[in-house]
Design a protein around this ligand. Sequence first.
Ligand code: HEM
Length: 223
Amino acid sequence: MTWKQHFTSSVGKKLVMAFTGLFLISFLLIHVYLNAQIFLPDGKEKFLAGAHFMGTNALTRILELGLVAGFLLHIIQGLMLWNQNSKRRSNGRYAVKAGNATSKWYSRSMGLLGTLVLLFLIMHTAQFWIPNRVHQFSTGDEINLYDKMKDVFQNPIIVGLYIIGCISLSFHLVHGFYSAFQTLGMGTKKYKPIIRSIGIAFSIIVPLIFALMPIAFYCQWIG
Ligand code: HEM
């Protein structure tokens, strides 16, 4: 298989989706861990210390480039797979819709759920990451991200959009988590139940903690 075919064959596309997906899942774990500091006593100081560390050291700057590349590859390959599957369906290659009887709606809607997560991500980076980097470049200082969150999450529409984003992420992860391991050959009879259970727990707990952040600021459980 040539390098080009690694990216363009069906198996190649699925492998890219699996590797980038697992990379993004590890990013989510770090992100939720750092942000969840806001729920602890002295949460503001703890969160700001973590955000300062992440925002100012060279290693995380380099990892950030990897993150952008990971997101872009995952999105581009995902759209190509989505397009390929829709074409097959419209060509009648999946004429007998037996899949519908066995697969869940969210497994068949990965493209749609991924697009909702992408829309969420565009809004999210425009609210936090972009203003913070622009501020850092122009003044050398970071924005106080805790106060920024408190401010952004006073708007109930934004809070609602974050909740929709987190629900979309949850369903996207339920299928994506297991599917990534399956692509990598680990969905065997022995490991399937363990991977499924860890995947479902991750897909519920992580988006739930994320969703509680805007809710907590809006309801003034934290301040
Ligand atoms: C719902 C609760 C969430 C809150 C309160 C939150 C908060 C934040 C904040 C304050 C930053 C700015 C970091 C900085 O400027 O250094 C950030 C960055 C980011 N967030 Fe979130 N986030 C949430 C959920 C998510 C989710 C669900 C995703 C992914 C699906 C996500 C993806 C990102 C990305 C990609 C960045 C840029 C990371 C970087 O610094 O390179 N966030 N988030």
